[in-house]
Unconditional design. Sequence first.
Length: 755
Amino acid sequence: MVSGLASTGSGLDLGAARADRTAKADAWLRDLLGDADGVALVAVGGYGRGEMGPGSDLDVLMLHDGRPDVVQIADQVWYPIWDAGWKLDHSVRTVAEAVAIANSDMKAALGMLHARHIAGVPDLTARLREHAFGQWRARASKRLPQLHEMVRERAERLGEVAFLLEPDLKEARGGLRDVHALEAIAAAWVAAGPGPAVRAAYRRLIDVRDTLQDVSGRPTTRMVAQEQEAIAHTLGMADADELLRAVSEAARTVSYASDVTWRSVEGTLRRRPKAERKPVAEGVVEQDGEVVLARGIDPATDPTLVIRAAAAAAQVGLPLSPPTVELLAAKSPPMPIPWPAAAREAFVSLLGAGRAALVVFEALDQAGLMTRLIPEWESVRYRRQHNPMHRYTVDRHLVETAIEAAALTRTVARPDLLLLGALFHDIGKGADGDHSIAGAAIVPNIAARIGLNDRDTAALVAMVRHHLLLMQTATRRDLDDPATVATVAQAAGTPQVLELLHALTEADARATGMPMWDDWRARLVADLVRRAAASLAGEPIPQPEVVLPPAIVKLAERGELVVVSESSAGSSTVTVIAPDQPGLLWRSAGVLALHRLGVRAATATSVGPTAVTIFEVEPTYFADVEPARIQDDMRRAIEGGLDVAQKLARREASAATRKSIALPPARVMLPGGASDQSTVIEVRAHDRPGLLFTVTKVLAAEGLDVRAARVETLGAEVVDAFYVTDRGGRVLAPDRAESVRSAVEEALSVAPPRS
């Protein structure tokens, strides 16, 4: 008897451990069956493949020739297995019944493709395999499209192993199931089975699966974050990052092979006649829906051919033929340094092809050609990003950014630099320290290799160094402050770089994978660029002023409390009009929090003695913006009839129980030079209800006026900037600013109530 979750043991070859578990299970089942005649025990599925992990179940089929006491024979096998604590997936069938089930049940059909004889009458197992394989091949034209749809559905539902921080190694795209699908395709004699690279990737994934089950003590295939360090160390890896990178590489290998194979299947099943070879570009032609080398073309004589072929394929929206990629990888000589102009232009053409470039980039990457062309690519290849906003590894994010940038090439005067900047903007994430600074140090080597001149190299370096500048400044700084505009203009240096940074900012945000480019951010960035462009041109910087609609001005002139809301595509505003008085901002923030409205920005102005504060809000928990109720609560808060702090604490205490999670403490900073007119207090913290209320209440208690607030929520984190002065409108002295900073940080260090 064997244990269901037996330890693999450190240092033990995991493949040998799987074989040992399988052999022990086989021997046990043979003993349980004994010398019963007219029956056979058959392993199917993972057990049939001999891949028993620490958490695997037993997938067993009992075949019989019609003997009437087969149920009693089955019981003498099944009950000891259950008594031993095994999970058992079992059935009792004649060969005809088993084949009929496979005919109607895809899972059963796939399992029987790995049928393996354990005990009993070998002829029964042989007949099952003969009929199961024959039926699978005969119905391939119907079954393979069904299987392909299952593969696509799993990918859509579960994502990709290569890019998930907590991937399901079995079910997600690029996982073990996809290799099983490739084996099923091969069993249908429609396309070749998994090659050596896929087999190696499969062994890596199944080794990680076994270690995961051993470490966790659970029959799971989902690799959660808290177990990744232990898995890595058990496998002899340095840390979880190395583990994730290895898993990503294996999964990308599987995904690429899956895409190539399914293209082949579709072509075969359509039984299309062999297509003529149609010219695509110099030295390359289209054949059977793929780009291949023209007859007589020898890659060994032309180092630029690999890039030209890739660009040609992307520009016509076709994949490079896998044999062509292999030939280019095997025979292409090193590219001259600097690259010939034709190679550089072809590389830019490849980047400019948009979404069609993705399959070509993946082909180059899988063949090792990307790192051969751009050696720095190795440092970001398969590198995970531990930021929930990013859904891709660094290398794939760079390609996705270039794809997004391709749609923006008409907005800039130098589309080539935009595309290159998009591809390399995060290249510094493979180095230590600030990736923008590291990337700016790496890019000159790349630029020199591909043959850029000094002026274009300088522009590319500036793009990489400052690719976060516009987004961070627009969402975290007061655009009305001349110092903000001056800082951006100085960093950009030229109108051309500013224009390129604007397009790169949008492409980067769109490629991140979360709604990082919405109407609000687009509007803020465009406004900042407009002002910085005026500064660079030596023109007066457009002076922003809060232009209030006439209806709001009339309401403000009455000097009464009024709350007005307005919604448009992608944004909602709540305007609070009230007689100016200390504490108005924090009370307003608290009331909005009570109404489950997150604040993204706040702008304060006045009409005579009346304060007008415009909040850009984002409803949470499907909340509605109800100005009448907000106004009623605001009146009560101002008059003292509503204790906002107590109300927020009660709501937090009554919320669903939260597990205690380790979070870094809130950090409050004083970014020097951010403004000449105000003291800027920047808050970085984990988001929570009432955070803006807490901060603004402290600022009010310190006797400060908040001139403007920039609030940005990134996933579960916030980065908020508050522009404050003393009541006389003056910038705070350094020691006073430090005292306020400390007070805000202390207030945020108090954990909110938990149930």
